[in-house]
Design a protein around this ligand. Structure first.
Ligand code: HEM
Length: 177
């Protein structure tokens, strides 16, 4: 016996009314609705242009003091400074060395003497950028120890991106091909 038959329950609507929802046209419309809903809701692939730009490749290069000078964070330049001939990229410490930072005086410069002596005085920085590098020969043991401490910290924290050499040295000439 078919228990779905209308005469089993006098309250039930006639069978024909119940099944009209599943007409072929309704099924087609419902499928269409599912396709449209899927197309609207599926996650969009991010456009290539919105992807974060990779950092520029780091190339170890030779810097003379005048080469290093523009790397002071102005004009969207990275921030570099040198300690005993090592050029560090301190861009991630832009709040320290950037144009508004407390240690901006070291940006784009040989910071060795200033760090060794704990001084921001102008005469801590090599004045003649085309002259010899500061050999720090007059500094005492305590100052050199302080400088080594800073160098260690920088080695741990920042990337070395080059070597500082004096203008006119064979290495500088080799770089200026
Ligand atoms: C009034 C004195 C000073 C105060 C209150 C001071 C304060 C600070 C503070 C709070 C930091 C951040 C530490 C951290 O988060 O790692 C810092 C870092 C530093 N300070 Fe000073 N400082 C003073 C003097 C100096 C002097 C005289 C020099 C050198 C000439 C100097 C050079 C530096 C450097 C190179 C850093 C490291 C930044 C880095 O991690 O890249 N500071 N200082």
């Amino acid at each position: 016996m078919d228990s779905n038959m209308a005469h089993d329950n006098p309250q039930a609507p006639p069978a024909a009314e119940v099944t009209t929802v599943f007409t072929p046209i309704n099924l087609i419309l419902f499928s269409l609705f599912l396709v449209i809903a899927y197309m609207r809701l599926r996650p969009e692939k991010p456009a290539a242009s919105t992807l974060p730009q990779p950092p520029p490749p780091t190339v170890f290069r030779i810097f003379t003091p005048p080469d290093l000078r523009p790397f002071n964070g102005t004009n969207s330049m990275p921030v570099y400074l040198a300690i005993r001939g090592k050029v560090f990229d301190v861009s991630s410490g832009r709040n320290f060395y950037g144009p508004e930072g407390p240690y901006a005086n070291f940006a784009g410069r040989d910071a060795s003497r200033g760090l060794a002596c704990g001084s921001f005085d102008e005469d801590m920085l090599t004045e003649d950028l085309r002259g010899p590098l500061d050999k720090l020969e007059d500094l005492g043991g305590e100052e050199m120890e302080a400088l080594r401490g800073w160098e260690e910290r920088f080695n741990e924290k920042y990337l070395v991106v080059g070597k500082l050499v004096p203008v006119g040295s064979p290495e500088a000439e080799g770089d200026a091909k």
